[in-house]
Design a protein around this ligand. Structure first.
Ligand code: GUN
Ligand code: ZN
Length: 436
């Protein structure tokens, strides 16, 4: 029997991937300085030392030579808004004026399918340029915006999550929907688990939903238990006060969502800056997850997320860019800011931990371990090729690295889209950096 080598690919580089959280486990990662990643039919077949694996390859399989680079699993961005691509870096003094003056007028345009598709195409290519192969994405209230995102992700065969924003009060008329969620249900049936697409039920945040809409959202989440849920919580102190006035009977902002059945596995809560200890405990108890969005939080002046409190509670944590309030599509730049936010809260975030949070940690937060997030055989082959010499400064700095931690730290602090030499989704090359 002849072996079909067409569907086999092999990549030689340093390999790094995680099987545990380095904050809680020794031996949390695998590192192969001269490694080989073998892919078959879009899935990982093997990951290990080149010296051991190369001889197992059938004759005729070409080995792509990325020596000097580091292959890691594709980054996972657990919170961002594709319709806000065109308004990234819009000046406003804080969340609520930013929403009113920039966000809502921009999102209005997404009733137009052609505009949605063109933006989704640009957005996904920008993610891939930055090494992000999976994301949890907010669309707008328009169902056309959801079709646009999933059509664009299907065309690239990406593992992508997203959903229609729900808001039926405290927003402009042109963006207001109702507590009747049949449109969202139809979108779930149309897109959830179709190819690699995943639907996320998306109430924007408690202030823009009536109690009737939140109750209906909880029912929908119960009826489709393997869908995702995504929303914002405790981002800004003015917003927290407002929620207190709107829902005086609830113990806390997070308790509003809890009350309506929106805390469960696969629920992703953006920001979580002003949670109290009981909230953090509830996060852990319910298997809900936190998306920490440092570039957004610094940009809007929302506050400083306290990762130590989340860790002490045992809550799931991952990183989000929160574009367009976030100021970069780059998960490396997101790590850079997460590091500094942690310092300001008296914590220390090692680079290895940050790479875990952006890969396996996020996969775990989304209950996708075993599907994406590391290089266990059988997993979907989403991976990126990092270049520690991608700029003159990075080359100069990493030439003096004595440890893996130092090299990763330099990549996180100094790197951006230029450090992403190539991006592969389901084993297929979907971005290659054109060198100057
Ligand atoms: N809260 C409600 N909507 C939004 C949004 O679009 N971005 C951010 N950062 N926070 C929000
Ligand atoms: Zn957001």
């Amino acid at each position: 029997m002849s072996i079909d080598t067409q569907n086999l690919q092999a990549y030689r580089a340093s390999l790094l991937h995680f099987h545990a959280d380095p904050a809680f486990a020794e031996d949390a990662y695998a590192w192969h300085a001269d490694g080989l990643l073998v892919i078959e039919n879009g899935r990982v077949k093997a990951a290990g030392d080149h010296a051991q694996l190369a001889s197992t390859l059938p004759a005729g399989v070409e080995i792509v030579d990325y020596r000097g680079k580091i292959i890691v699993p594709g980054f996972i961005d657990t919170h961002l808004h594709f319709p806000q691509t065109d308004m990234i870096a819009s000046p406003a003094p804080g969340l609520l004026p930013w929403l009113e003056n920039f966000t809502f007028p921009t999102e209005r345009q997404f009733g137009d399918p052609a505009h949605g598709r063109a933006t989704a195409d640009f957005f996904l290519d920008e993610l891939l340029r930055n090494g992000t192969t999976t994301a949890l994405v907010y669309c707008t209230v328009h169902k056309e915006s959801v079709d646009a995102l999933f059509e664009a992700s299907s065309a690239r065969n990406l593992r992508m999550g997203g959903g229609k924003v729900l808001m039926d009060r405290h927003c402009p008329d042109f963006l207001q929907d109702t507590a009747d969620l049949r449109e969202s249900e139809a979108l779930i049936r149309k897109w959830h688990n179709k190819g690699r697409n995943m639907y996320a039920i998306t109430p924007r945040f408690a202030p823009t939903s009536t109690e009737a809409q939140l109750a209906a959202t909880g029912e929908l989440a119960k009826a489709y238990p393997d869908t995702f849920i995504q929303t914002h919580v405790s981002e800004n102190q003015d917003e927290c006060r407002w929620v207190g006035e709107l829902f005086p009977q609830r113990r806390s902002y997070l308790d509003v969502y809890d009350h309506y059945g929106l805390m469960r596995e696969r629920a992703m809560y953006g920001h979580c800056i002003w949670l109290d200890d009981a909230d953090f405990a509830r996060m852990a108890e319910t298997g809900s997850a936190i998306s920490h969005c440092p570039t957004s939080n610094l940009f809007l002046g929302s506050g400083l997320f306290d990762i130590a409190r989340a860790d002490n509670a045992g809550a799931l944590v991952s990183l989000g860019t929160d574009v367009g309030a976030g100021t970069s599509f780059s998960m490396l730049q997101t790590m850079n800011e997460a590091y500094k936010v942690a310092r300001l809260k008296g914590s220390y975030l090692p680079a290895l931990r940050m790479f875990y949070l952006a890969t396996l940690g996020a996969a775990r937060s989304m209950q996708l371990e075993g599907t994406i997030g590391n290089f266990v055989p059988g997993l979907e082959a989403d991976f990126i090729v990092l270049d520690p010499k991608s700029t003159p400064l990075l080359a100069r700095r990493t030439a003096h690295s004595n440890t893996l931690e130092e090299t990763l730290f330099a990549l996180a602090l100094l790197g951006d889209d230029r450090a992403i030499r190539a991006t592969y989704a389901a084993g297929r090359l979907v971005h290659e950096r054109t060198l100057p």
